[in-house]
Structures are given as C-alpha cells and as structure tokens.
Design a protein around this ligand. Structure first.
Ligand code: NAD
Length: 355
C-alpha cells in the first residue's frame, strides 16, 4: 500500500493540503486503491515542538514514504529567525537534498477558460501546455564559492558552475521520456556559445537524442528562450535546462497562466518524490478560506502519474479541475466577470463532485 507523507507546513498550506488529501482519498475509493497517509510537522509547527523546522522525525517519515505531499513553508514568525533556521534554507533545501531530488518538473498549462487571467494577450497564451524540467542539485547554486580581497583592496567573489555527464544524462533522459509520451518535441536550453558547461550539456543531449529518434530536438540559447516564452509560448512542448536557467525561466513561464494558484510541481529523482504547489504560504490570505487549492490538487495528480504510475486517475483529477473551471467556478485569484466566486473548501468539494 503506497504511503504518502503529508507535510501541510505554514499559512495556506494548512487549508489547501487537506483538499488534496481528500481528493486522493476519493480516488482511492473510486478506483479501488489503498493509500496510507502519515502527517508530519515542518516549519513553524515543527520549530515550536522540536526546535527545528525539519526535525529528524519528519525527515524519517518522508524517507520511509513512497511520496511526499508538501503545502508551503514560510511565516511572519519564522521570517524573524536567523537565516540558518529559516524554513526555506533549513527545511526545503535539506529535504530536497536528502531525498536526492535532482529534477523539478513544472507543467505550465493555460486552460482555455482562463486565457484572460494572463498578463499576456489571450491569442498568445491560448493552448499553451509546456512541461519544464529543471536540474535541481547541480550547477552554480551548488558549486564551490569563495570571497577574496585583491592586493589593491578590491573585493572579489567567485561562484563555480560545474556539471558532469552523469548529472546531465539523468535529467535529459527523463525529459526525452516525457517528450516521447507527449507531443514529441524537446527544447534543450543552454548558453553553449559562451559556457563550457553548456557545451558539455549540449554534447550530452545530442548523444542521448539518438535513443529517441521520434522526438524532435532543438537547442535554444537561454536568452532566446526567455524571449520566445513571451513571443510564442505555444511552440514549446518539453523544455529541459540546468539549475539557474531553469530557476529563472520557470518563474517567467509560470506567469503565462496568470495565477500562482494554478501551478503544480514535482521534484523527482530519488526513491521518494516530492509534490508541492509552486507558490508559497501566502500569509496575507491564510486562514480565510480564500486560497486556491487547485495547484495542490494538481500536484496530487502528478503524484499519481509519476510516483504510482496511475495515469488514468491523474487524468481524472485534471479533467475534473478543467470541468469546474469551465462551469464558471473560481477562487478569488482567478475570478472573472460572470463567474461564481467560491472558497478553498468549496473548490476542493467541487473538484471531488466532478470526480
Ligand atoms: P506566495 O507565493 O506565498 O504569495 C504571493 C502572492 O500570491 C500573494 O499575494 C498570495 O496571496 C498569492 N497566492 C499564492 N498562492 C495562492 C493561492 N494558492 N491562492 C490564491 N492566492 C495565492 O509568495 P510570498 O508572499 O513571496 O511568500 C510568502 C511566504 O511563502 C514567505 O515566507 C516565503 O518565503 C514563502 N515561500 C515558500 C515557498 C515554498 O514553500 N516552496 C515558495 C515561495 C515562497
């Protein structure tokens, strides 16, 4: 029986995660699966009880599980703590590292009924359905860093950008597999005209491409990709890129959909994968039944697809979300004229009703 670790975290995490859990429970009943849920504390609750935002008990629950569902971390109280105890640094990064999550997947889907929610023109974002693969444990963020004072007193700082073929191969293969199962188009983003690490990235991608003859591969420089994402985003199917380029491009791509509340994500690579909405804990709306739970519910759908290979069940959730939106129900963040505004709990219940 798959065991799911449930870490609601802070702020709206406590409201949206229960909606995703209830949705998974309904899937279990409807499709005759059994899921076990184990709750664990992270961030503020964990700090208050155990003195650390990621106590060993929580890490153990995650390691022993088959998948982790995380809400969000970050609260005004935790923001007052010294940097080494802040939840992003002391909980999120170590959790990803301990679980060996080297690939971050973020689907960017613009639902037809939400085309007006984007800051871009409807005709530009209509039909956008992109899956981005960002390398998560290598590159500039993890390479050695140093500071020095030069002879003339000038301060110098160095960050090192390192990749090896193994690190590149494993994420590029995942991206090719995904493209093979989708519209068979992969865009590899690099800066091979300038960076040696990008030249190795490109050579490795080309080598692996021979294993996927049905996937159309193209290479794009990162600066061009940033421009193409706002010029003609519908040209992309699957994008794969290194850590820092991915960090920037995925946030840019997320705004094609208009609301952070719609964006799911999965971090995979180790034995246990982590599923979480792309947004934070939104303290400004926490506890008011205002948060959009769809990103978390869609993250649960990704869990079914990637961790449990339950494609039919994952699609059922995605279709239910689409239907609720088509019927005109909206949380405040995606509200539009002529639609009916509903709260977090009601949105969760609507999705389950469609299931
Ligand atoms: P945020 O994503 O929490 O919120 C940004 C804006 O989007 C806010 O106006 C918020 O109300 C809105 N929003 C976010 N999710 C929403 C949803 N589901 N429904 C409706 N509206 C939504 O980012 P922030 O305000 O910069 O950060 C708040 C806290 O979250 C900080 O402590 C930050 O460090 C943390 N954070 C955590 C994560 C994470 O857990 N992965 C990611 C980003 C930020």
């Amino acid at each position: 029986m798959p065991n799911i670790a449930v870490l609601a975290g802070d702020g709206i995490g406590r409201e949206i995660v229960p909606q995703a859990v209830e949705t998974l429970k309904l899937i279990a009943t409807k499709y005759k699966h059994e899921f076990e849920f184990t709750e664990a504390l992270v961030s503020e609750d964990a700090y208050e009880k155990y003195g650390h935002p990621l106590p060993p008990q929580t890490l153990e629950v995650c390691k022993q599980s088959d998948a982790v569902l995380l809400g969000a971390v970050g609260s005004p109280k935790m923001d007052q703590l010294p940097p080494k105890l802040r939840p992003e640094r002391a909980a999120l990064l170590p959790l990803r590292k301990e679980l060996g999550l080297y690939a971050n997947l973020r689907p960017v889907i613009v639902y037809d009924v939400l085309v007006d929610a984007s800051t871009l023109k409807p005709e530009i974002v209509k039909g956008v359905d992109i899956l981005t693969f960002r390398e998560l444990t290598g590159g500039l963020y993890f390479g050695s860093k140093k500071r020095a004072t030069l002879a003339d007193g000038t301060e110098e700082a160095v960050d090192t950008l390192v990749y090896n073929t193994k690190e590149i191969e494993r994420i590029v293969r995942l991206a090719f597999e995904a493209a093979h199962a989708r519209r068979k188009k992969l865009t590899s983003v690099d800066k091979a005209n300038v960076l040696e690490s990008s030249r190795l990235w490109r050579e490795t991608v080309i080598k692996i491409a021979s294993e996927y003859p049905d996937v159309e591969l193209n290479h794009m420089y990162v600066d061009n990709c940033a421009m193409q994402l706002v010029r003609w985003p519908a040209q992309f199917d699957v994008i794969v890129t290194e850590n820092m380029f991915g960090d920037i491009l995925t946030d840019q791509a997320s705004m094609l959909t208009g609301s952070l509340g719609m964006l799911a994500s999965a971090s995979i690579g180790g034995n246990v994968a982590l599923y979480e909405p792309a947004h934070g804990s939104a303290p400004d709306i926490a506890g008011q039944n205002l948060a959009n739970p769809l990103a978390t519910i869609l993250s649960a759908a990704m869990m079914l697809r990637y961790s449990f290979k339950l494609e039919r069940e994952a699609s059922a959730i995605e279709n239910a979300v689409r239907q609720v939106l088509t019927d005109g129900y909206r949380t405040a963040d995606i509200m539009a004229e002529g639609c009916q505004k509903i709260g977090t709990k009601e949105m969760g219940a609507m999705v389950r009703a469609k299931l």
